[in-house]
Design a protein around this ligand. Structure first.
Ligand code: ADP
Ligand code: G6P
Length: 490
């Protein structure tokens, strides 16, 4: 068994095993912000990533990506239902996102969640060398830090929560709140996107465990756990390099042409998730059309909504609602060959996303609650031209950093309409000044800066951070259709 001095444990591996329409195996870059962020820095790093490869049944053999080793963890159909679709994504996900969707409390899911967390902890313990650092990611694996500490007291254990961490009055609803809290506090350092989240966990530890807390530490049963905010970011260099590639610039021009050379293009790119506020923005846009502020001939909206968690009922219901609403808006306001909204329920590769970002005059990002929202940062990084407006929800973690965006409360539909109009009509000089400030911020706070800050806080010495590359590789995982990656069982 090959062991590493740095081990990352996340529910998802950076590659996702998708069944292609013809049933063949199709490996894709995994969906979502966590995989995007970590993949960029780990590919050139001699580390091991423990995670799920996206299918059910025995774990596939997977070869390394660059210097990064992949250690797949298997899930059965029942485990997928109880652990991933159930406790992680029907209980914790909605609860942690301000309960914008009612969380489901199903007692049968807990044991599966615990069991699968134990499997991840066992796998991490197996691949970690003596004294290694293990960096556990996100709400799927809240129990892993404590389990790992029991198995391997020699390890340095980090835990990072990519999603919001809720205030006590919401967390207290969880039937297994004490176990979850103890699980997370098994780490040496618990990191969050925002200071407020660190404050929330401290309050909970005091209330539920009688811990002694300060702004950045929780002492419980004689052990001190550090806490802090480390806002995650993107591979800025990769997005910039993509955006300046001639074929991508050409693709962006072609897109605009295909859209009918409108005066303005509004763009949204989301996982199809009820936290993203897609319905709120459709309502605002349709009212702007209804009231004549926006004309279909001048303005086009593109909504990219990549399929997500499709076996979970609330996600299926959301998709039905959104597709119904897009159909209604197009039926009412579209013209032959000129839909009001171009709706794309498909994954895109990074260069296609970069081209889309360049095509947009207004990027509309309106989550009701979001740990960070990397799409907003990707848009800014893709706009070397300094043009384009970013409309951004105040409830996205990224709003705390991208202060020059057109900030908006998506629950206030009138405010959203007014902000969309302001962004559409802003002067180029105003947009450029805003973009320049946001781009400057991102240059200093990219994904490498995030990982360095976290790992340095974890080991105090800077030695862990030295394992990270000096720069990100600016490459992407090639898409392999009908062919498994080298090393996969045939
Ligand atoms: P979340 O983590 O909740 O999905 P983020 O905005 O933080 O939200 O991250 C989403 C990530 O998924 C981004 O890196 C974005 O580029 C990627 N993404 C979004 N839509 C698509 C799509 N249609 N195809 C491929 N990747 C996508
Ligand atoms: C968010 C979560 C990640 C998750 C991603 C995609 O970013 O914080 O942990 O991987 O969404 O969701 P999925 O369920 O497809 O992994």
């Amino acid at each position: 068994m090959r062991q590493s001095s740095l081990v990352v444990v996340a529910n998802r591996l950076p590659l996702d095993d998708n069944a292609a329409p013809d049933g063949a195996c199709e490996w894709r870059r995994s969906p979502g912000g966590l995989a995007s962020a970590l993949h960029a820095i780990l590919q050139p790093t001699p580390a091991t990533w423990v995670g799920w490869a996206g299918g059910v049944g025995p774990a596939p053999a997977m070869s390394d990506i660059g210097s990064l080793r992949l250690r797949p963890v298997s899930l059965t159909e029942d485990e997928l239902r109880g652990y991933y679709e159930g406790f992680a994504n029907s209980t914790l996900w909605p609860l942690y996102h301000d309960a914008v969707q009612q969380p489901v409390f199903n007692r049968d899911w807990w044991e599966t969640y615990r069991m699968v967390n134990q499997r991840f902890a066992d796998a991490a313990a197996e691949v970690a060398e003596e004294g290694a650092a293990v960096w556990v990611q996100d709400y799927h694996l809240s129990l892993v830090p404590e389990m790992l500490r029991d198995l391997r007291p020699d390890l340095l254990i980090g835990f990072f929560v990519h999603v919001p961490f809720p205030p006590p009055e919401l967390f207290m609803q969880l039937p297994r709140r004490v176990e979850l809290l103890r699980g997370m506090l098994g780490a040496d350092l618990v990191g969050f996107q925002r200071e407020q989240a660190a404050h929330n966990i401290a309050q909970l530890a005091r209330k539920l465990l009688g811990a002694v807390v300060t702004d950045d530490a929780i002492t419980v049963e004689g052990r001190t756990v550090r806490t802090g905010a480390f806002p995650v970011s993107i591979d800025v260099a990769e997005m910039r390099a993509l955006a300046s590639r001639p074929d991508v610039v050409g693709q962006a021009k072609q897109l605009r042409h295909d859209l009918g050379q409108p005066k303005r293009v509004l763009l949204s790119v989301d996982r199809l998730d009820y936290t993203k506020g897609i319905e709120h923005r459709l309502t605002a846009y349709s009212e702007l059309l209804r009231d004549g502020y926006v004309k279909v001939r001048d303005t086009v909206m593109v909504q990219v909504a990549v399929p997500s968690r499709e076996r979970v009922e609330s996600y299926r219901d959301l998709r039905d609602r959104i597709e119904g609403e897009v159909g209604r808006i197009n039926g009412e306001y579209g013209r032959v060959g000129e839909p009001a909204i171009h709706y794309l329920n498909q994954p895109f590769d990074r260069s296609q996303l970069a081209a889309l970002y360049q095509t947009a005059d207004v990027m509309v990002v309106t989550p009701l609650r979001d740990g960070m929202n990397l799409v907003a940062k990707e848009f800014v990084a893709a706009r070397e031209d300094g043009a384009g407006a970013l409309v951004l929800s105040e409830f996205a973690g990224s709003a705390a950093e991208l202060e020059q965006a057109f900030l908006v409360n998506p629950h206030d539909v009138d405010g959203l309409k007014e902000t969309l109009l302001r962004a559409m009509e802003a002067e180029p000089a105003d947009l450029e000044a805003r973009m320049t400030a946001m781009r400057r911020h991102l240059t200093r706070h990219d994904i490498l800066a995030w990982a360095r800050a976290y790992l340095t806080a974890l080991d105090h010495t800077g030695r862990l951070a030295e394992q990270l590359p000096a720069d990100t590789p600016r490459r992407r995982v090639p898409r392999q259709r009908s062919a498994p990656p080298p090393g996969k069982d045939q």
